[in-house]
Design a protein around this ligand. Structure first.
Ligand SMILES: Cc1cc2nc3c(=O)[nH]c(=O)nc-3n(C[C@H](O)[C@H](O)[C@H](O)COP(=O)(O)O)c2cc1C
Length: 167
């Protein structure tokens, strides 16, 4: 990573993506850090930007999307969390949608995604929906996925992220 100045910018409604941002901060030199904080407050001057999003409707949340659209001539490391994860295929689909917001003058130097727990109200809604005899057939799958997400991001997710940042 050398002497390049960098910022870590992220959006995080419920704290999952912030855990990833903290894990990146932990392993990079504090002397070359220009800014650590929310995407929506950022005026990024650094050469390299670590940009974290949470997945909303299959792409990055709005604050991150707005930031990404504004960037030119930056090196960007994208990181994100998604509720419906656990599959590399799904992450690739999300990352494809996120990249659509990035001008070609920028260079994407890395990407990382993992699963992030969701609010309990969502599970309660699924369980409620199951009471309807005509409910969608995928509810059990959604509940299973919800429960799988509960432990994420976990230690292994954060270590994998740190490895991919240092690569
Ligand atoms: C309004 C809303 C929409 C969401 N849409 C998606 C989605 O389309 N795909 C997905 O995988 N997860 C979705 N999620 C789950 C979040 O992306 C996931 O829990 C994420 O880790 C939240 O990150 P945060 O804790 O940093 O806010 C959604 C969550 C909320 C609250």
């Amino acid at each position: 990573m050398g002497k390049e100045r960098y910022s870590i910018l992220f959006s995080s409604m419920t704290g999952n993506t912030k855990e990833l941002a903290d894990a990146i901060r932990e392993i990079l030199p504090e002397e070359t850090l220009d800014y650590f904080g929310l995407c929506k407050d950022a005026d990024p001057q650094s050469e390299i930007l670590y940009i974290g999003f949470w997945t909303d409707k299959g792409t990055a949340d709005e604050a991150t999307t707005t930031l990404l659209k504004s960037l030119r001539n930056k090196k960007i490391f994208l990181f994100g969390t998604a509720g419906f994860g656990g599959s590399e295929e799904y992450y690739q689909k999300v990352l494809h949608n996120v990249r659509e917001n990035i001008d070609p003058s920028n260079q994407i130097v890395g990407e990382y995604m993992c699963q992030g727990k969701m609010p309990m109200a969502m599970r309660e809604r699924y369980v409620k929906m199951k009471e309807d005899p005509n409910h969608k057939p995928n509810l059990d799958m959604l509940i299973e996925n919800f429960d799988r997400a509960l432990s994420h991001p976990d230690k292994a997710d954060l270590e994998k992220l740190q490895k991919s940042v240092l690569r």
